[in-house]
Design a protein around this ligand. Structure first.
Ligand code: PEP
Length: 259
């Protein structure tokens, strides 16, 4: 499938790391390391309180600010929740939904991920959902990876039109590779990303499948990024640990730029 239809996206996921007092230093260190003529999109998905500060710190760097979760509710008595409108109001362009950590520790289901995607895609919100899917080690060993991934993709996209899906990003993140230093091989990652595209083609059409950016996430780093990003169905990365280090993050952005 031809990559020319899709812009590479390198999205950092800072998780619950970094302090607001450190974000300017991060941006100052990143600035000189970014390629001058960049075709790839760089995004930093940061904790909610850091959003305004990071937006200010990365101004002029062509780095978008993203969030790591969103409420399905619009407003009201939902203590601790942050609405899509609040994110949009802060200039957030991307939002991770269905990360395996939220699925594991906060009971996030495919139905909830689907509701969050719909909320982010509302016309007046227009935030790109980065929908995470991925199998556990046990599921891989039981050889049910593809069935599981297909179920997660179908669940997350349920009821969305082709036009809406073309505004989404899917991140394939094998749970066993997240934060473990154990990366999927390029063959393993490509196989699942290609499969995701096939699922989307069958659910929608060829146009939707070929324009959908599919990222790989799971211990992507400065050393393995180029090989993973060279795969025909891997359009970028969702990067945890390595996105906290400007040098490593910039190497990955540079690698995507060369694709
Ligand atoms: C992630 O949290 O989405 C992730 C891929 O983390 P890491 O790169 O640290 O494995």
């Amino acid at each position: 499938m031809n990559k020319k239809y899709r812009k590479p996206i390198i999205a950092g996921n800072w998780k619950m790391n970094m302090l607001s007092t450190k974000t300017k230093e991060f941006a100052d260190d990143l600035k000189p390391l970014l390629p001058k003529n960049r075709s790839s999109e760089a995004v930093l998905c940061v904790p909610f309180p850091l959003i305004p500060g990071v937006a200010k710190a990365v101004k002029g760097l062509r780095v978008s600010v993203g969030a790591q979760d969103v409420s399905v509710h619009d407003k009201g008595a939902y203590t601790g929740e942050v609405s899509a409108e609040m994110l949009s109001d802060l200039g957030v362009k991307y939002c991770i939904i269905g990360h395996s950590e939220r699925r594991a520790y906060h009971g996030e289901t495919d139905a909830l991920v689907n509701a969050k995607a719909k909320k982010l895609l509302e016309k007046e919100i227009s935030i790109t959902p980065i929908i995470c899917v991925g199998e556990t080690l046990e599921q891989r060993e039981l050889d049910v990876t593809m069935e599981w991934i297909s179920m997660q993709v179908k669940g997350a996209l349920s009821g969305l039109s082709g036009g809406e899906v073309r505004k989404c990003v899917i991140a394939y993140e094998p749970v066993w590779a997240i934060g473990t230093g154990k990366t999927a091989t390029a063959e393993q990652a490509q196989e699942v990303c290609e499969y995701i595209r096939t699922v989307v083609r069958k659910l929608y059409d060829a146009r939707t499948a070929r324009s959908l950016p599919i990222l790989y996430g799971g211990s992507m780093n400065a050393k393995n990024a180029a090989e993973l990003l060279a795969c025909p169905d891997i359009d970028g990365g969702l990067i945890g640990g390595a996105s906290l280090k400007p040098e490593d993050f910039s190497v990955i952005i540079n690698a995507a730029n060369e694709e």
